[in-house]
Design a binder for this molecule. Structure first.
Ligand code: PAF
Length: 286
């Protein structure tokens, strides 16, 4: 495994792989790697001749400076894990390598066809512009055949699909395939997240109410309306001391518009557990 920190070195490495007709799997990450990332990376290693993992805490997707400052970083531990997973290249640039000062300061604007108007997009203005800015740059640099993303960030995944489908109409990303990877949970049900590192053991126990309630809601959906289930999920989580729901929306899995029925719907939740903002989701199959 080789750690690369410049765009030009990555482009050279990619050119060599392409010359040897090797397929490339890309896993974009912001580091602080956990078993959820490891699952994506193992799949990328299995399905491609070479796997590239980017480790970059992208400043342009943080609308809150404190959140950016507190985002967990541990490149030494990440490198150790990546070395054990059979990754070919790790791309770990500094922000100045990725962006010019103008790109860092000036909001990048992209039309998401309305997919950014709700949930995370509404609560974190500019967030998805930053995500698409960095992900599209990584695609241009790494020229992957497949790119792997977790379903925990469901709205992000929907927006990345939209971006790739839209730009592939112009042939930008060739035959790039976006691979959706299911949420990985602890045995307790807690969705794995780099942000869990900021939870105390007590807070981790408290946070279990999030996945527990989402799982219960699958039962409620058999007899209650979408709006009743939405409200009951919010009330149940808010009743737990230490948790506060920011939003719970039950939306269509493709359009992300509010669902009126459970078929093809997904419930997406954001909850503050103390100061830590956690997200999770559950697909309904009623
Ligand atoms: O999901 C993430 O960790 C980030 O949003 C991503 C896709 C690596 C872009 O910075």
């Amino acid at each position: 495994m080789e750690i690369i920190t410049t765009k030009s070195a990555l482009q050279q490495a990619v050119a060599s792989l392409k010359a040897e007709k090797k397929t490339i799997g890309l896993v974009p990450t912001m580091g602080a790697l956990h078993e959820g990332h490891a699952t994506l990376i193992r799949q990328a290693v299995r399905e491609n001749d070479a796997a590239i993992v980017s480790v970059f805490v992208n400043p342009t997707q943080f609308n809150n400076k404190e959140d950016l400052a507190k985002y967990p970083r541990n490149i030494a531990r990440d490198a150790e894990l990546l070395g054990s997973l059979g990754v070919t290249y790790v791309f770990a640039p500094e922000p100045e390598e990725m962006y010019t000062a103008e790109e860092m300061a000036q909001p990048f604007e992209f039309d998401f066809g309305g997919l950014d108007k709700m949930m995370e997009g509404k609560m974190r203005p500019g967030h998805f512009n930053g995500v698409v800015q960095v992900v599209s740059r990584l695609f241009y640099l790494a020229l992957p055949d497949r790119a792997y993303f977790g379903e925990k960030d469901y709205q992000q995944l929907a927006i990345i699909h939209f971006m790739v489908e839209r730009s592939s109409m112009h042939g930008t990303f060739g035959n790039l395939q976006i691979i959706d990877c299911p949420i990985v949970r602890e045995a307790s049900g807690l969705a794995l997240s780099s942000r869990n590192e900021r939870l105390s053991e007590d807070e981790k126990q408290t946070a279990l109410a999030i996945s527990r309630t989402l799982i219960q809601s699958l039962e409620w959906a058999k007899t209650m309306s979408v709006e009743e289930v939405r409200q009951r999920v919010i009330d149940t989580i808010n009743a737990v001391e230490g948790l506060e729901v920011e939003y719970y929306e039950i939306v269509d899995q493709t359009t992300l518009l509010p669902a009126t029925e459970f078929g093809h719907a997904i419930g997406c939740v954001t909850v503050y557990c103390g100061p830590v903002r956690l997200i999770d989701n559950m697909k309904y199959q009623v």
